[in-house]
Ligand binder design. Structure first.
Ligand code: ADP
Length: 494
């Protein structure tokens, strides 16, 4: 086991506070809640338990920062440089951030360093370039009998409430904050109660980068209290949420009071389809990565695996072989390839789905249960003998569990089956046939389709879902529209 760095020991050694108006504050109630290490179940820190009163303070700070001087008068170039600097500082402190992610979320340090932290820096660097390129249009209009000059301006949407989950704590904060800062908005960020540490460290980084007070406020606390208060707050102009579809619906209801703008990045049950002409040396490890990356705690997880029947056994057993080799352990151990699930609640939820699968007749080719001992570990699992109507095929498990099912041939029925879900976040196709690849990519109802790859993310690509997987897009140029208002100005020059 790698020992914790002196920096991290110091960081977790005193109660974590919330960033409000540039100061680190305890909660108004004085309450705190424990933060646990999911690999051991031990308490590692205490965080301030923010609720409605703290959200109110933070929203007022964000509103004042939006309307006052400093942030609103900063030039686009200065803003872009500041956003870029945040990306640089994330890289400077990469080891420390990855260590906090491993400790708090359970994921392996090496994965957090290579994926979560690197992608978090990338999105700030990518967005920084947009700060100087947000411009409107000059538009000729056709009103007869007048002479008009019309143009549009892109203005920040205002105070944005952002609510994020625990599966990629730092990266989700980065996806949310970077477009907000680039467009000149101000933010109240409510982080997940399971994993507050890396976002608190990010708050310190924002201050070091020179962000004016009140532009980003960070609240730690629970969903039903702090999160709900943020979603309902009348002085918030937009809410951006990532989490479960169930809570997404609550957010929409809460946001309806002042009809704040809402974007949602919700659940998934992504189909991953292997054709018999695929290069199986690539497809088998690819399909394993599609489900086992981040212990299956990914909204895009390739959790429904459809395999052409002639190669079904080879693919399912190939993935099971790989699953059996995955080394489970503490995320801080350099040998670990898969850590624990994030919490005991998540462990119970995943085990509940396994039980339901067995009751409905599915069988585990490998894994299939909780690992005994301390920590919230579930063995990577391949389920077979499943059918489309089973709960394990219809609902998001959010754990290292893939359901493999054979199909006869590539036809409309296969596409209909792949699209037979309330979700539409991602899909995968493995084939050497370029025509089939394109055709299926067009037919699949998903915001992202990967062909002969999976889990490829880039700051430049829009990400989001069809159907109940969400509203709007994150990343890429597409996200900027959700953080700006387009104002049309018409001047009579007659
Ligand atoms: P998960 O099931 O992955 O934990 P959730 O949707 O429950 O996902 O949580 C995602 C985020 O939403 C967390 O920050 C959580 O605190 C917050 N949250 C949970 N319930 C509510 C709610 N009623 N209103 C606002 N935010 C909530």
């Amino acid at each position: 086991m790698n020992a914790l760095s002196a920096k991290t020991i110091e960081f977790i050694g005193h109660p974590k506070k919330m960033l409000i108006n540039g100061r680190w504050e305890p909660s108004v109630s004085g309450k705190t809640f424990p933060v646990t290490n999911p690999a051991t179940g031990e308490i590692i820190a205490h965080a301030a338990e923010g609720d409605k009163a703290d959200i109110d303070k933070a929203v007022k700070a964000a509103r004042a920062a939006l309307e006052g001087k400093g942030w609103s008068t900063m030039t686009p170039s200065e803003r872009g440089k500041l956003v870029w600097r945040i990306g640089d500082l994330i890289l400077k402190y990469a080891d420390e951030l990855a260590e906090l992610e491993a400790l708090d979320n359970g994921k392996p340090f090496t994965v957090a360093r290579a994926a979560d932290v690197a992608l978090a820096a990338d999105i700030f660097h990518y967005m920084a370039g947009w700060a100087t390129k947000l411009h409107g249009l000059t538009i000729p209009i056709s009103v007869s009998g007048g002479d008009f000059h019309s143009y549009t301006r892109l203005e920040p949407v205002g105070v944005v409430g952002q609510i994020i989950p625990w599966n990629f704590p730092l990266l989700m904060a980065a996806w949310k904050l970077s477009p907000a800062l680039t467009t000149g908005c101000t933010v109240v960020l409510k982080v997940a109660e399971e994993t507050p540490l890396s976002a608190i460290r990010l708050g310190e980084i924002l201050q070091e980068a020179g962000l004016p007070d009140g532009v980003v406020n960070i609240i730690t606390g629970f969903g039903e209290t702090a999160g709900a208060a943020l979603a309902a707050h009348p002085m918030v102009d937009k809410i951006a949420f990532t989490g479960s579809t169930e809570v997404g619906r609550l957010i929409v209801n809460a946001a309806s009071g002042n009809l704040k703008k809402v974007t949602l990045e919700l659940g998934g049950k992504s189909p991953n389809i292997v054709l018999k002409d695929a290069d199986l040396d690539v497809a088998i490890p690819g399909a394993a990565n599609a489900i086992f990356f981040n212990h299956g705690q990914c909204c895009v997880a390739g959790s429904r695996l459809y395999v052409e029947h002639e190669i079904f056994d080879e693919v399912a057993e190939g993935i099971a072989d790989l699953a059996n080799q995955i080394k489970l352990g503490n995320g801080l151990d350099s040998q670990t390839e898969m850590g624990p699930l994030v919490s005991s609640a998540q462990l119970n939820r995943v085990c509940g789905y396994l039980d339901s699968g067995y009751q409905e007749g599915a069988k585990a080719l490998c894994g299939g249960k909780k690992r005994e001992g301390a920590g919230y570990f579930v063995e990577p699992t391949v389920l077979v003998d499943a059918s489309q109507q089973m709960k394990i095929v219809r609902e998001e498990i959010f754990g290292p569990v893939v359901v493999a099912m054979p199909f006869k041939e590539v036809d409309d029925q296969l596409i209909q089956q792949a699209n037979d879900s309330i979700y539409g976040l991602a899909a995968g196709v493995w084939t050497r046939d370029v025509s089939k690849a394109h055709k299926m990519a067009h037919q699949l109802k998903a915001g992202t389709v990967w062909v002969n790859c999976y889990n490829v993310f880039d700051a430049a690509l829009p990400f989001g879902g069809y159907k109940q997987s969400g509203w709007g897009r994150e990343m890429g140029a597409a996200v900027l529209a959700h953080y700006t208002e387009s104002k049309a100005i018409t001047i009579n020059i007659g």
